[in-house]
Design a protein around this ligand. Sequence first.
Ligand SMILES: *[C@@H]1O[C@H](CO)[C@@H](O)[C@H](O)[C@H]1NC(C)=O
Ligand SMILES: *[C@@H]1O[C@H](CO)[C@@H](O)[C@H](O)[C@H]1NC(C)=O
Ligand SMILES: *[C@@H]1O[C@H](CO)[C@@H](O)[C@H](O)[C@H]1NC(C)=O
Ligand SMILES: *[C@@H]1O[C@H](CO)[C@@H](O)[C@H](O)[C@H]1NC(C)=O
Ligand SMILES: *[C@@H]1O[C@H](CO)[C@@H](O)[C@H](O)[C@H]1NC(C)=O
Length: 445
Amino acid sequence: MARRAFTFLILICCATICPVFLLENGMALTPIMGWLHWERFTCNTDCYNDPDNCVSEKLFMQIADIMVTDGWKDAGYEYVCIDDCWLALTRDKEGRLQADPDRFPGGIKKLADYVHAKGLKLGIYQDVGNRTCAGYPGSYGHYDIDAQTFAEWEVDLLKFDGCNFINLDILVEGYKNMSRALINTGRNITFSCEWPLYLWPFQTPNYTDIREHCNQWRNSGDVFDSWKSVTGIIDWTANHQQLLVPFAGPGAWNDPDMLVIGNFGLSPDQQVSQMIIWAMMAAPLLMSNDLRYIDPKAKALLQNKNIIAISQDPLGKQGYKIASVNNFDVWERPLSGDRYAFAVTNRYELGGPRHFPIFMATVPGWRRCFPTCLIATVFPNYVELGEHSFLSQYKFTINPTGTVLFIVSIPPKTKLLNNLNKRAGLKLNRTWKNLNTIQRKDDYF
Ligand SMILES: *[C@@H]1O[C@H](CO)[C@@H](O)[C@H](O)[C@H]1NC(C)=O
Ligand SMILES: *[C@@H]1O[C@H](CO)[C@@H](O)[C@H](O)[C@H]1NC(C)=O
Ligand SMILES: *[C@@H]1O[C@H](CO)[C@@H](O)[C@H](O)[C@H]1NC(C)=O
Ligand SMILES: *[C@@H]1O[C@H](CO)[C@@H](O)[C@H](O)[C@H]1NC(C)=O
Ligand SMILES: *[C@@H]1O[C@H](CO)[C@@H](O)[C@H](O)[C@H]1NC(C)=O
């Protein structure tokens, strides 16, 4: 049985692209979920004037407490992650990193113990160069000792930034060396890289290489608390999806950066869009917000178990933009169990809600539904809509900058027919083409 499953896996893999190698640390088999301080708390080190919001052990302990008491942990959020600005300005006498003694009086080991006692994991931050982006001591020349230090502190994740490198060769070598150094500690440490982000201005990154050394990797710039920033990342990812999507899978993910839901810059509809498209992109779900004071609607969205189930789908395939029709963006993500998730964003920022009908011109994947598929709306509400014929033209209403999410399941009889039809290929394509022309005439907006 196990053997047959294994052969099956190999077959699937080689039929697509064969990115067989990956960082073999058993981590991030589904996109990780958690919290990261950067976007919301940045490099606030002023604990004297702003004790509640400065980067300090108190903040991370409070977040860990709330992750347990307010349902975040139960929803799947597991990592509490420190970003830049946790360090003291110098290493200790033995050349080891140390946390800022005023802001982290207990030290990182004690914070890790605290977080672990809650059943959560702790993430930390360092940089491949001599200095971090904010100017604290970097890991260059200290990869082994720093990895060892993190392992001794029982850290579970390292976000490794790429500021202050001297040249591209050293940057790439540094990421590889740190990856090996982490493995050599014997502790399972999720490795979150920014290697491709720093290469893109100069060359196309080698994703085969990156996948072998990192569990997740940032491709595009830092997310800000704005719709412009979020759509910038979404569009960048769609424009590079042919390159990026094949490299994502269990243990290896493209990282479009943090969820900024629950902050100030996104409208309720835009928050919905970020949550859904991040789930479609099989992105790490790392929130950067203030869980101590979060709007109930944002909380319900971030904890929506049906969206999270799509993010965490065991097939581990990243979704892609499949169509742009009439200012609607359509995303498709293959799911386990002969299912596909579809997300449709209304990108028209004028007027009111618009109607989007499902049919082959708008949802190319709908051609799999001959003669029928089952449709379930996942967001705004989970509703099973039953069996629909491929001619159905079921309509959704979508607010400007909002997104709807639905799942299409292919029943066994349709799957069987699809396989038979594949053999009759050409004839069937003509039929599809005719149907498409007929349907395109319908006014659907
Ligand atoms: C590392 O993770 C793997 C797979 O999840 C697990 O089997 C192993 O026990 C872990 N090793 C340590 C040292 O925790
Ligand atoms: C770090 O600093 C040392 C000493 O100044 C220098 O030799 C080295 O090239 C620097 N490394 C990077 C990655 O900037
Ligand atoms: C990476 O490790 C190799 C082998 O130990 C070493 O020769 C090289 O200088 C290291 N590169 C960097 C950037 O640390
Ligand atoms: C990319 O990296 C892989 C793995 O290290 C290597 O085999 C391959 O030759 C590299 N490709 C290019 C174009 O450099
Ligand atoms: C039918 O159309 C699909 C999708 O456009 C295409 O991939 C396939 O090659 C076509 N089959 C034939 C036999 O032309």
